[in-house]
Design a binder for this molecule. Sequence first.
Ligand SMILES: Nc1nc2c(c(=O)[nH]1)N[C@H]1C(S)=C(S)[C@@H](COP(=O)(O)O)O[C@H]1N2
Ligand SMILES: [Mo]
Length: 549
Amino acid sequence: MPSQTPSTPAHGTPAHGTSISPLRGIVTGVLAGATALSVGELAGALAAPRPGPVTAVSNRVVDKAPVWFVNFGKDIFGLADKPALLLGTVILSLVAAAALGLASRSKPSTGVAGIGLFGLIGLVSMAVDAQSGIFAAVLISALAVVTGIGVLLILQGLAGSSAGSGLKPALVTGQSASNQPLDIPTDPAVARRSFLGFSAVVGAGSVLGGVAANSLRSRTSANEARDAVEIIKPEVAEAVEEQVIVAATSDVAATPGITPIVVSGEDYYRIDTALLVPQIDPATWKLTIKGMVDNELTFTYDELLKRATTVEPVTLSCVSNEIGGGLVGNAVWQGVPLTDLLDEAGVQPGATQISSRSVDGWDCGFPTEAAYDGRTALVAVAMNGEPLPINHGFPVRLVVSGLYGYISATKWLSEIELTTTEAFNGYWIPRGWAKHAPVKTQSRIDTPRDFTQIEGTNPVPIAGVAWAPNTGITKVEVQVDDEPWMEATLGESLGINAWRQWLVSWTPTPGEHEVRVRATDGSGTTQTEQRTAVAPDGASGWHTIRLRV
Ligand SMILES: Nc1nc2c(c(=O)[nH]1)N[C@H]1C(S)=C(S)[C@@H](COP(=O)(O)O)O[C@H]1N2
Ligand SMILES: [Mo]
C-alpha cells in the first residue's frame, strides 16, 4: 500500500491552505496543457486543412522570430527543422503549463485564467494564419480551452481530495453537492487512485489525440482530389518523353551512383516554410492576377489544365544549396506560359516586379523583365506527366528557369500581383537574402562519394550533374590533384534549362587524391573557383572530393 501521507508543499509556497503537492501540481498542469494542445490539433486536423494551436504558434514563431534565431534553427536541425520547431513549441507549452499547474495549486482561478491566456495566444496565432480564418480559430481554441480547464479542475479536485484536504474543484463550487456533475471521491485513498488513473487516461488520450491528428493530416482530401485529376498530354509531351528516354538510357546515365536525368516527385528535394502542407481542393481553387494590370483576371484549375500545353524540362535549385549539395533537381514541368496569362491581364508600364503568393501566405517576387526575356516561365500544373505532387505545389505552382526558388517558384499558388521593384519584398528578402538571384552555374560529383576508399587501380567512373539554367552546359572538366583537366563526356541534353549528366573515366594511382569539377555554360563562361557562402545569393566554387586509393 503506498503511503497516504499528504505531501507537504515546498518551502515558500503561499500558505493558502495548499495541500496539492508540487509534483501533482506539475502533473495537473502538464496534463491540462497536453489535453488542450491535443484537442486543438485534433480539431484543426478534422477541420483540415486548418492548423491547430501548435502549428499556428510555430508558424508565428517563424514569422516573427529574429533572423538569427531562424537561421540558427536551420543550421542545427537542417531539413528536420520543421519537426524540431513543432516539438519545441510543444515542449515550451508544456513547461509553461507545468508552471501554471504549480502556481494554481491553491488558486484554481489562476489555472483557469492561465489556460484562457494560452487559448488566446492560440486563437490569435490561428486567426492570422492564412490557412485558418477567424471562425475556425475561435472554435478550435474554445474546444481546447474548455477541455484543458476541465482536466485541470478535475485533477486538482482529485489531488486535493487525495491529499485529504477536501479541496473542492472550482468546477463544482457554487453548485449544490447533489447535482455535482463530477463525482469527486472524498476518501483520500480512493481519490489518490482516481488521480493516478485519470492522469494515465488523460495522458494516453493526449498522446493518441496528437498521433491521430498527425495521421489524419497525412491523408486529407487533397490526395483524392489529386488522384482524380487527368493531365491532358499535348503533342509536345511525347517528344519530350522520347528525349528523356534517350537521355536516361545513354552510357553516361548508366553510370552507377549518378543522379537520374529526371528526378521523380518523391525523390525531388523539398524546401518550403509550410509546417502544414496546404491541402487544396482544385474545384474551388482560383488563381488571381491583379495589381498593375489592365484587367484583373481569375483562372480556375480546369481552365489552366486545358491551357497547359507547354512541356519543358527545367532544373530548379534552392539558393541554400551548398556546393555539392542535394537541394537541386530536374523535372519535366507542364504548364501555361506565364506571359500568356500576363498579356491577357495587360501588364501596365512601370510594373517592374511580378510578385506571387501561395494560399498559406508565403510570397516572393522577381523582375517582370525576367518573365519576358525568353526564358521558360510556367504556371505549372504537372511534374513528370502527373499532377503536381502535394509537397511540390498541388494544384498549381510557378516554375521559372534560372531563378532560385525563393524568388520565383511559388507552390500552392493563389495570386500573382504586378507591382514595382521598390513596393514589395518577398518573404526571404528581409531575412537577409538577395532580391536579385539568378541561379549560379554549378557542377556536382555524384560518384564516387567524398572520402571513398578505392580498391585497386582499375579505371573508375567519376560522374555527376552540372547545371546552368537558361544557357545550358557546354563543357564539364575534372581535375585530379594538379594533373591536367580532363574533359568529361556529357550525357544527352534535355535543353538549356535542364541539368546535364557527365562522366570521366579515371585510372587511380595509389595514394590520396583531391578531385574537383567545373562546368562551362552556354555563354562560354566557366564557373568560378571562388568559394562563397549560400547567403545572400547562392554558393559558388568547385565541388571537390577526397579519395584514397
Ligand atoms: N508556397 C511556397 N512556395 C515555395 C516556398 C515556400 O516556402 N512556400 N519555397 C520556395 C523555395 S525556397 C524553393 S527552393 C522551392 C522548392 O521547390 P520544391 O520543394 O518543389 O523543390 O519552392 C519555392 N516555393
Ligand atoms: Mo530555396
